[in-house]
Design a protein around this ligand. Structure first.
Ligand code: ADP
Ligand code: MG
Length: 256
């Protein structure tokens, strides 16, 4: 199963990525997670020990060597497997790659860091026998066409707020532009029937594949600086149902 996770800032992308990663490992998946947010928080949400993790995009010399320097020719298909091995960290069965921030050039440019990050996501999306979860920002600039084709789905996290739903509509449009066929919504922070009704009325054609309830345990975990993966039964049950639904949907895909 290869999934990219997007949505408005603060909507719960990192939390959902951490919950999915933890549950998938419990189900026996081999899980790789990529934190592609320039402000990385996935390691903390996954309960990784607090030692610093080298972000992929800080391997400056290697990136210049592999991709080419700014101003010169850019090589679009550099070898990246060894770079992934260098920066990946593993905790409780989850392999994590932290991307870090692109320091030069605008989003989606052909600058070496951007090319390398796209290439790494594409490389991991094509890896066999691995589940892949990519915690993105609201934009999709790190997903190239090839990753979009290799991924099973883009999950767009929404909460019962107008802004998150408007962002979801924009993301859906961007996904269509890069040829991402499956765009599925996951509702988060749902507190009962009024929220459910609001969401249902404003999804604008976005199909919901799961819904995670508002969880005091997640609020407390965040305040304690702890991991998002340890939650109450209601939230973990919702995550389990979401994975069931994804498995049913993507059964028979080559990627696992
Ligand atoms: N279902 C939930 N119930 C309560 N709080 C949540 C829930 N999901 C996320 N949160 C909290 O919302 C905040 C933002 O979540 P986060 O996953 O960091 O969002 P994003 O990655 O989209 O910016 C965090 O403090 C997180 O603990
Ligand atoms: Mg986040």
């Amino acid at each position: 199963m290869k999934l990219a996770i997007s949505g408005k800032g603060g909507v719960g992308k990192t939390t959902l990525t951490a919950l999915l990663a933890t549950s998938m490992v419990e189900r026996g998946y081999r899980v790789t997670a990529i934190d592609a947010d320039p402000n990385p928080t996935l390691a903390a949400a996954l309960g990784f020990p607090s030692q610093p993790i080298t972000p992929l995009l800080e391997l400056r010399e290697e990136i210049e060597q592999r991709v080419g320097g700014t101003g010169g020719l850019v090589r679009l298909n550099p070898r990246v497997d060894d770079l992934v091995d260098r920066v990946a960290v593993v905790h409780r069965g989850i392999r994590l790659v932290v991307a870090g921030a692109i320091t030069r050039g605008g989003a989606g440019c052909a600058c070496p860091q951007s090319v390398l990050l796209r290439r790494v996501i594409e490389f991991l999306a094509l890896e066999r026998d691995q589940a892949l979860l990519v915690d993105l920002e609201a934009g999709l600039e790190h997903l190239g066409r090839r990753s979009a084709h290799a991924a099973d789905a883009l999950l767009v996290v929404v909460d019962p707020s107008r802004a998150s739903l408007e962002t979801a509509v924009r993301i859906k449009r961007l996904a269509a532009e890069i040829g991402m066929a499956q765009v599925l919504g996951v509702a988060n922070r749902v507190r009962g029937s009024a929220d459910e009704a609001y969401l249902a009325a404003h999804l604008d054609g976005l199909e919901l594949i799961g819904a995670i309830p508002y969880s005091e345990a997640l609020v407390e975990a965040e305040r304690a600086g702890g991991q998002a993966a340890e939650v109450d039964a209601a939230a973990s049950g919702a995550v389990a149902r979401l994975i069931d639904a994804l498995e049913a949907r993507f059964q028979g895909r080559i990627s696992e």
